[in-house]
Write a protein that binds this ligand. Sequence first.
Ligand code: SF4
Length: 323
Amino acid sequence: MLQQTVVATVIPYFLDFTRRWPTVNALAAAPLDDVLAAWAGLGYYARARNLHKTAVIVAKEWGGEFYHSDDGTPLCDNDCDRHLRALPGIGPYTAGAIAAIALGKQAVVVDGNIERLFSRYFGIETPLPAAKTEIMVAYQSLLPVGRPSDFPQALMDFSNAVCTPKRPGCGECCLAASCIAMAKGVVEKLPTKPPKLEKPLRRALVFVAMNHRGEFFLHRRPEKGLLGGMFGFPEIGLSVKVIDFSLNSKMAPFFAEWELLDEPVVHAFTHFTLEANIYLAHIDGRPDAISVRGQWLKPRPSDLPSLMRKILMATGFERSREN
Ligand code: SF4
């Protein structure tokens, strides 16, 4: 949940998740739709799908435990990391964190905080992400035999409290005497980040149809790709980068009196900004020649991902419910 997401946003989701599904077996038994609905608004929906897939594998193939190999024998340190990385959505950092923090194995765990601390302490000036290898080698050189679970957590806390991104507490730091960045006077310059690229702007057309029962035409988005597996309004341009916008409402999923809203909805994704032009239609009866498989639903805003929720609000849905 914390990948690309700040702690304050995650806390209510984490509490809700662990209340609903307190064990990996409980999560594995939950329908994917329920998991995706509980994730709605947190973004990066591939994480929810991977979490569920992983729970199913651990529950069904690993006997509900993370720390035994397929034949039921306990894992050794090297195997543990490799074994965990085979699970959907678990990369080197998460595998290392589970191995060290949850299972007490010796493992390299490098998050953004540890990256900063090691770049400075060892004076690593190579720009990220190329510096990651040097940081991992430096981490290996310090890996203690005892308390493998405490070590990465102590490093994270230390860098969070002392070796902070801005104005680090070098004056009170117990590592100052041997810190290379401190000796060279380059503390604030490290870690070296690659130059920031401006976010590209992408345009999309979104078609919001409402019927006489107050239901909206929604479809389940493809499993792979942006907002994968979530409910959404039919759209063109969100997943495909270049489209011919001159066709406009002719690209709608079915014929109707489509009306373009004056203001587009602007939404920031991590890698691009989306400008969504909204077409709205009120439908009586069942439209013909529907080109997208979907269903008529009365969604609660909380069932939709943030972009679709914003679009729903832009159509005046919330106001029409209040009146
Ligand atoms: S001396 Fe400053 S830069 Fe070096 S480890 Fe301590 S807080 Fe970080």
